[in-house]
Design a protein around this ligand. Structure first.
Ligand SMILES: Nc1ncnc2c1ncn2[C@@H]1O[C@H](COP(=O)(O)OP(=O)(O)OP(=O)(O)O)[C@@H](O)[C@H]1O
Ligand SMILES: Nc1ncnc2c1ncn2[C@@H]1O[C@H](COP(=O)(O)OP(=O)(O)OP(=O)(O)O)[C@@H](O)[C@H]1O
Ligand SMILES: [Mg+2]
Ligand SMILES: [Mg+2]
Lengths: 259, 259
């Protein structure tokens, strides 16, 4: 069975998209068949995986709406075994468009389970969420088996964590009883400054084993890669950023057992 | 007359809250009476200005709803001439709560113009927006005289700019004809790396004079200040971050003329 993971955190700029792009690439490199669903109207994951604007006619908006031939939404990338369902700014109107639908929180869950997608036999689906706890993020959490939480090593990012945990608990109570947390991954950690070390200590004290031992360092090659429309694992394979995401992929696999 | 400015950018983590907190402090330090409206359910501006959770009974949610005695929403801060209307996660349900209201895009505009607030005679109101182009950000743009856009010196941040400009144009066309752009301020600029310089060059080429000449450098003292519940201009007055925000304040005042 396909494992569906929502990469979520309502705090902005914490590394959700960067983790979706690079963790999916690292996992595909281990031999798994991976699908990234870009559920953010900004479309950053689509850009970072090299999907030009002209190829985004059929997107995650159509996936939510459930109308189309779903298999045609799946686009190949330059990475073996890695595909993507792209997004455009059309998705920004999802809250209003789908407001009246009775099962509006289950739209994504139902679409991802339809035979057209199930038959593509992905091992893993990673959903890149927008920076809010709106209908899109709720749909991702209802559809998912688990949530992966990127946590920037900053004070404001730590402040928002309790709200995120409350939302996960609420979704588990009302719509998706099996939703678990695959873990919290510290991002943009600048080992030279005290604040990052303090946030790391705080996070490990409050969240314990939920926090991956792999930490993603701040690394300029990671932020350069999107302008070359590729993951850092292709832009600069030996960079500290690439090494960290490869380590995260292997720690992730050993945490969740087989897929 | 009070000048109302929305600090907006749907890209997450670009420095909206940091700019709201520190620019408002620097402007208050020049002698102006300033109000910060925290319109983000994350409540980071409220935290960064020292408002404890226990004091957030009356918030910007009530401001949007327009019910309460508006003057009671205004809280003092430790900074002379600087007040704040705080926020809590209640605001996250604004999209759904106010969906059915006929003039849902004008709720904030109408509240800010009521005599109870107008009589407080602020020179400037700065609205900290959430990382999306939802009802809250649209309300801020409809209420505002101008938008101030923080732009992180990163590729993904540049990608989102055209969408933000389209939204501003749309609000100007449909609801607020006088809405202008006070400027774009480059944030978290790491002068040691090429990417930041490339983004700055790109931004100045495409946006010209809209881009402030003052640039906010990446400065760890800025990110440490919120954990001490104060602006960097109080946490470390001589830091490069404080100097940059003082320069931004004086450039801002010379750009918009008198207030
Ligand atoms: N480890 C890292 N080192 C350096 N830069 C990074 C790192 N991780 C992410 N970045 C950069 O930081 C910025 C924010 O990251 P990203 O866009 O992935 O966050 P996000 O949580 O998806 O943001 P949003 O909330 O807008 O969706 C991007 O410009 C990205 O290139
Ligand atoms: N110039 C700077 N130097 C170093 N750190 C900074 C700087 N500006 C902001 N930060 C830090 O970067 C993070 C993101 O900034 P901030 O929270 O202000 O962005 P935002 O746009 O308000 O985010 P959101 O989209 O979540 O509302 C914060 O942890 C902040 O402390
Ligand atoms: Mg993102
Ligand atoms: Mg903010």
């Amino acid at each position: 069975r396909t494992r569906i993971v929502a990469i979520a955190n309502q705090k902005g700029g914490v590394g959700k998209t960067t983790t979706a792009i690079n963790l999916s690439t690292a996992l595909a490199d281990t031999g798994l068949r991976v699908l990234v669903v870009d559920l953010d109207p900004q479309g950053n994951a689509s850009t970072g995986l090299g999907i030009p604007a002209a190829s985004r006619n059929q997107t995650s908006f159509e996936l939510m709406a459930g109308e189309e031939d779903l298999a045609s939404l799946v686009l190949p990338t330059s990475i073996d075994r890695l595909s993507v369902i792209a997004s455009t700014t059309d998705l920004a109107s999802a809250d209003l468009e789908f407001f009246g639908r009775e099962k509006r929180s289950f739209l994504l869950r139902d679409s991802l389970r339809r035979p057209a997608l199930a038959d593509l036999a992905f091992d893993l689906v990673l959903i890149d969420c927008p920076p809010s706890l709106n209908l899109l993020t709720v749909n991702a959490m209802v559809a998912a088996d688990a949530v992966l939480v990127p946590l920037q090593a900053e004070f404001f990012a730590l402040e928002g964590l309790s709200q995120l945990m409350l939302t996960i608990r609420e979704v588990r109570r009302t719509a998706n009883p099996k939703l678990r947390i695959d873990g919290v991954v510290l991002t943009m950690v600048d080992t030279r400054n005290n604040l990052a070390q303090q946030v790391e200590t705080d996070a490990r004290e409050t969240l314990g084993d939920l926090v991956f031992s792999t930490v993603i360092p701040r690394n300029v090659r990671i932020s350069e890669a999107p302008s070359h429309a590729m993951p850092v694992l292709r832009y600069d394979r030996t960079s500290r950023g690439s090494e960290a995401y490869r380590r995260l992929a292997s720690e992730y696999l050993s945490r969740i057992g087989h897929i």
